[in-house]
Ligand binder design. Structure first.
Ligand code: BDP
Length: 691
């Protein structure tokens, strides 16, 4: 019999347990930074001759709080140290010496040491580690608007609380800065490339300056996207012509104002004459005129212009050819502090694209790659897709330009003429508690930083580092989930757009499939049919010499390799060729059958990920487990949705049956064609209400 006293005791236990659990409810906010704080601070000192700076203070604080080593940690900034944010770590007996030519380098060394501690990658006695970043500028591009919305943001609203600034400084800013610094990110563009002129108003700049002050001690420089017509909208000038003297005076004055507020301001990011944004062409001027005007004004302050090459007109020219056509005439004409920012592929962050030919073509211009961390075209914050696999496919691609060089090499300092090198990633960060919507999407933020720091890191290593720091070091967890991450991009491509298919999304939100989508009065190059070109003969976009000739924008041997049906890599087959349904592929199957099997394997893999994840259950907290399980299940159902929509629709053209050993469709095409996704600011509003 339980008496009253026992009952009360039981209740107290339950209440206590609930209290403890709720204290530890795992909300994902700590990202990969989960070190345990020391009860007694570690012994961290500056060596003689090294002067304190804000950045070194942070390095010391982090090590004092979290480094568990026995000996002392000596921080040293000296001219002889590794340059360009690089560092050396020496293990001398029990002591660790962290040295660099700059305080930033020492900060990165501190985070390197802490990462090793967390992942168990410890240094042996006498070990010397030297690291040098691959890119000088490792920059996040936020597509955040002044009204708090985020273009293509799937993690809530902007973390920048413009309405509270400059008075109220959210603690999120410093947490954000720390997370970036811990993976080597040293620059951020705060606002959307579709930039509002008001961003440059004095009131806004005062707010920007406050954020810049928080980011600076973490080694991060602040940049802004600017609207090219700002002199008209803000300065009330009649024109924004870059060659107009008043316009130039306006930019000069504005730039001076910015540097008074933010002395280490990084520079401007510009989307000009693209998707309706204003630009120099509005005045009969060129991209070079526009970029150089701003660059000339920024140069005395040490700033740069990142000028985007994401341009395409509503013309008859294949969209994939247009950036090259518009930019190549100006190769060699850009000022030294202009960097032309090129998306990884020639179209637009599609699930899989060949690398942009501009990387190989622009041999006399500093070019930087732009990747998308936010998963606009890859399942938003619902699907798990580990993106460094995709980024590396671009970075490791050989361009065959004069003297050779991969995309990574030609955009870094390894080949050709270069001033400052840079790599940009469109952030996937918002104000939801776990920062990125999906707990696993944090991996892509992490990976972006690590890859800018060292493009030679393997995807497997990045995955392992992330998982060990963020979830668990238990091999039973790390090994299968790492495998999952490594396969995830290929899987997503298989169930969405295999064999080089691209842009067959529903209009606007880009989440689900709508290969049939054709709203009236819409630019053809915004519609799926422009890209897949399915007809009774076959499917795919002919970009060979008989078609749009896009292949000719690549150096040989790529032009021939891509342009020839027999040699074109199968992952780009329908990107470069219109291929008959009965065409026999390298495995002896027809194109149609292959397409069916690949979609099918994508669905099978996505369900297998659910199994993998279920096996991970014992090793991690139930909160993140459950949140991700829900997403993995949705991802698998979405894979079925993609497969059914695409195969059943294309079947209308191929008039062939789906091989009997493929899983049967779970949807009817008519139902899918009637379905309209409920979205909120381009984001899936309700995960449970999808097909
Ligand atoms: C596209 C996005 C659009 C962006 C554009 C860009 O759909 O929202 O403004 O890229 O990069 O992928 O400028």
């Amino acid at each position: 019999m339980i008496n009253g006293y026992d009952r009360m005791k039981n209740w107290l236990w339950i209440i206590g347990l609930f209290f403890v659990l709720s204290l530890h409810a795992e909300d994902g906010h700590r990202l990969w930074l989960r070190m345990e704080r020391n009860a007694v601070p570690a012994d961290v000192r500056l060596v003689e001759g090294t002067r304190r700076t804000d950045i070194l203070d942070i390095a010391s604080r982090e090590l004092k709080d979290f480094w568990k080593g026995e000996g002392r940690v000596l921080l040293c900034v000296s001219k002889g140290g590794a340059t360009r944010d690089g560092f050396t770590i020496r293990k001398k007996g029990q002591d660790m010496e962290l040295s660099s030519a700059s305080d930033r380098g020492v900060l990165y060394a501190a985070y390197d040491l802490l990462r090793r501690q967390q992942t168990g990658d410890l240094l042996s006695d006498g070990a010397v580690v030297t690291e040098m970043p691959s890119y000088d500028i490792r920059i996040l591009n936020h597509w955040d608007n002044p009204d708090g919305t985020v273009e293509r943001g799937y993690a809530g609203r902007s973390i920048w609380r413009w309405d509270e600034l400059p008075e109220t400084v959210s603690p999120l800013y410093e947490e954000y800065a720390r997370a970036n610094a811990s993976v080597g990110i040293n620059a951020v563009v705060l606002n959307n490339v579709n930039a509002k002129p008001q961003m440059l108003s004095t009131g806004m700049l005062r707010k920007v300056a406050v954020i810049a002050d928080v980011l600076r001690p973490y080694g991060i420089r602040t940049y802004l996207s600017v609207n090219f017509a700002s002199p008209k909208a803000l300065g009330e000038l009649p024109t924004a012509d870059p060659l107009d003297a008043d316009v130039q005076r306006w930019w000069k004055k504005k730039t001076k104002e910015i540097y008074c507020l933010i002395p280490d301001f990084g520079g401007f990011l510009v989307k000009a004459n693209s998707e309706g944004e204003p630009g120099p062409q509005d005045y009969g001027r060129t991209h070079a005129d526009g970029a150089n005007m701003l660059a000339g004004i920024l140069a005395p302050h040490g700033g740069v212009v990142m000028w985007r090459a994401f341009v395409y007109q509503a013309s008859s020219l294949d969209r994939a050819c247009q950036a090259y056509e518009e930019f190549m005439p100006f190769d060699g004409q850009f000022h030294e502090n202009v960097i032309v920012q090129v998306k990884n592929g020639p179209i637009d962050f599609q699930p899989r694209e060949p690398f942009s030919p501009l990387f190989g073509a622009m041999q006399h211009t500093q070019v930087m790659p732009e990747f998308q961390i936010t998963q606009e075209y890859l399942g938003q914050s619902i699907h798990t897709v580990f993106l460094p696999t995709m980024w590396k496919a671009c970075l490791d691609a050989e361009t065959y330009r004069d003297g050779g060089g991969t995309v990574a090499e030609v955009t870094q300092h390894r080949v050709g003429i270069h001033s400052r090198s840079a790599m940009a990633g469109v952030a996937n960060i918002g104000d939801v508690v776990n920062w990125t919507g999906s707990d696993m999407a944090q991996a892509n933020w992490y990976a972006f930083g690590r890859l800018c720091w060292n493009t030679d890191l393997s995807v497997a290593q990045i995955a392992e580092e992330f998982l060990k720091q963020t979830f668990s070091t238990d091999e039973h967890f790390v090994e299968p989930v790492r495998q999952l991450l490594l396969r995830s991009w290929d899987t997503a491509v298989s169930y969405m757009m295999p064999l080089g298919l691209h842009h067959i999304f529903a209009f606007g939100h880009h989440y689900g499939p709508e290969p049939w989508c054709a709203p009236p009065n819409t630019r053809p190059d915004w519609l799926p049919k422009y890209y897949h070109r399915a007809d009774s003969i076959g499917i795919g976009f002919d970009r060979t010499v008989r078609g749009s000739k896009a292949v000719l924008q690549y150096h040989e041997p790529l032009a021939t390799l891509y342009g020839n049906l027999e040699t074109c890599p199968e992952e780009y087959l329908l990107w470069f060729h219109h291929v008959p349904w009965e065409y026999v592929m390298r495995n002896g199957l027809t194109l149609w059958d292959n397409l069916c099997y690949i979609y099918n394997s994508g669905v099978e893999d996505a369900w297998e990920f659910v199994d993998f994840w279920q096996k991970a259950r014992p090793y991690i907290d139930s909160e993140r487990y459950e949140r991700l399980l829900k997403r993995f299940e949705r991802q698998a159902k979405d894979a079925e949705w993609w497969r059914d929509a695409c195969l059943l629709y294309f079947q209308r053209y191929s008039r062939r049956s789906i091989p009997a050993d493929c899983l049967p469709p779970v949807h009817k095409l008519e139902d899918l064609m009637k379905f309209k996704l409920h979205i909120d600011n381009y984001t899936v509003a309700d995960m449970d209400n999808l097909p």
